[in-house]
Design a protein around this ligand. Structure first.
Ligand SMILES: [Zn+2]
Ligand SMILES: [Zn+2]
Length: 443
């Protein structure tokens, strides 16, 4: 194409004028506008985004067709092996995943839909809605006629205007009701869609975890959405609320803001660690006789406050304080080796505080008993004040509630605690000679 022809072709002219229009306005220009107008304009920009996306898809299709045509020639030539997604991401942004998704969606929209492309190009729907509707249409039963198919598309397009993306997806699963005669048939169609989706999800399910060799492991997983929802619910329930947590500074009386990290991902991470510690490992199916239970192996000395490191049954080494903390909370079975060949098994269930003693402690302590801590009872663990009591008793006079952070601290630093004559839990914190208690719950 000659330079003159390029000048008159509508696409380069349109792209150039859009770029020039935006380049001429600095982002600081938004400051002078009224909020009502800003809101309207954000909507307009979102519609513009859809329009741009429609054109990017059209462009991606042109490139993809050119690539296929080139490959269909006499064998692969240099450069032609590269995918269209790779080419697009190479030219700008380097995001191969998004570029591949763009090419796929563009093709699916062309193959499966008739109205979506124009709706996107007119800025009526978003790319996500377009993607979702095209996927739903691709999953219609084989017996669907062209006319029925179009009615489904029309309906989804209309529904997209008023539904959230999540609701639109639910709607899409029952879209055959636009042409089926009975609800039973629609139920059957939806069930088939869900069944296939679950089957696909099971195929994609995976878990991997690797050792960072710095005391942490990192992992990634893909779960079916049902199990994902279960995990999310459990983590959200366990994640402590966003509050200040730390230890009172003896000099200032203020709380040092330390704690376990306060961002949402960090709190979810600690919730995940708590979840893992509380797995009912002894009721899990055993793997061909191999126990799912990790035990903590430690010396009686370590249990009583010594500093000799301990080990988990798989060989992982842990500090003395961490071993005591794990032995203190439920679920992890401590094996006290005590220098004898036969471990003294402390794993019996009745050494832990049971439900009623736990409730009694909640009533007595109200929350974490660390001076200044504001975690209420829901976010606490029951700690044994007397380490030897771990092996012997579930008497609440040996117990005190601590939030997970302070429970770690208590074992790490060997806090000394007692119940005073008023029935309050008191602590002699490291570096202090006085007994202190948390007055937040019981002034
Ligand atoms: Zn403890
Ligand atoms: Zn606390």
């Amino acid at each position: 194409m000659s330079v003159a022809a390029l000048d008159t072709h509508p696409v380069p002219a349109c792209v150039r004028s859009a770029r020039e229009g935006f380049s001429a306005v600095p982002t600081t220009a938004w400051d002078g506008l009224e909020t009502g107008e800003v809101r309207r304009l954000i909507g307009e920009l979102s519609r513009l985004e859809s329009q741009v996306a429609a054109h990017k898809m059209a462009a991606a299709r042109v490139l993809e067709k050119a690539r296929k045509a080139a490959n269909a020639g006499d064998g692969p030539r240099p450069g032609t092996g590269t995918s269209t997604g790779a080419t697009i991401s190479f030219d700008f942004g380097g995001d191969r995943g998004s570029a591949d998704a763009l090419v796929n969606t563009a093709q699916r929209i062309e193959e499966q839909t008739t109205l979506i492309e124009n709706a996107l190009a007119a800025g009526v729907i978003t790319t996500k809605q377009a993607d979702l509707i095209s996927r739903a249409l691709a999953k219609l039963p084989d017996d669907v006629t062209a006319e029925q198919r179009e009615r489904c598309e029309e309906t989804l397009l209309k529904d997209a205007q008023k539904l959230t993306l999540k609701d639109l997806r639910r709607r899409a699963a029952r879209i055959t009701e636009t042409y089926r005669k009975t609800t039973d048939e629609v139920d059957a169609d939806e069930d088939e869609i869900l069944r296939r989706r679950e089957e696909e999800a099971r195929k994609k399910t995976s878990f991997s975890m690797w050792d960072n060799n710095d005391g942490t492991v990192t992992g990634r997983f893909t779960l079916p959405e049902a199990q994902g929802a279960m995990l999310k619910t459990a983590l959200d329930a366990l994640a402590a609320p966003h509050q200040k947590v730390g230890t009172v500074n003896a000099a200032t009386g203020e709380m040092d803001e330390v704690g376990f990290g306060q961002s949402y991902p960090q709190r979810l991470g600690h919730a995940f660690a708590t979840l893992v510690e509380h797995l009912p490992a002894d009721s899990l199916p055993s793997n061909g006789g191999v126990s799912a239970v990790v035990t903590v192996n430690l010396d009686l000395d370590t249990l009583m406050g010594g500093i000799k490191a301990a080990g988990l049954s798989d060989g992982t080494r842990i500090s003395a304080g961490e071993a005591r903390r794990l032995a203190c909370s439920a679920q992890i079975v401590p094996m006290v080796l005590n220098g004898k060949p036969l471990p003294l098994d402390l794993g019996s269930a009745n050494r832990y505080f049971n439900r009623s003693s736990r409730r009694a402690m909640e009533k007595r302590d109200g929350g974490c008993t660390t001076p200044g801590c504001d975690r209420d009872a829901r976010w606490t663990e029951a700690h044994h004040l007397n380490p030897y009591a771990i092996s012997k008793t579930t008497d609440i006079r040996d117990g005190a509630l601590l939030c997970p952070f302070h429970h770690h601290r208590a074992h790490e630093q060997g806090w000394i605690g007692r119940i005073n004559h008023d029935g309050h839990v008191e602590w002699k914190l490291p570096g202090s000679d006085t007994w202190q208690r948390n007055t937040r719950w019981r002034p």
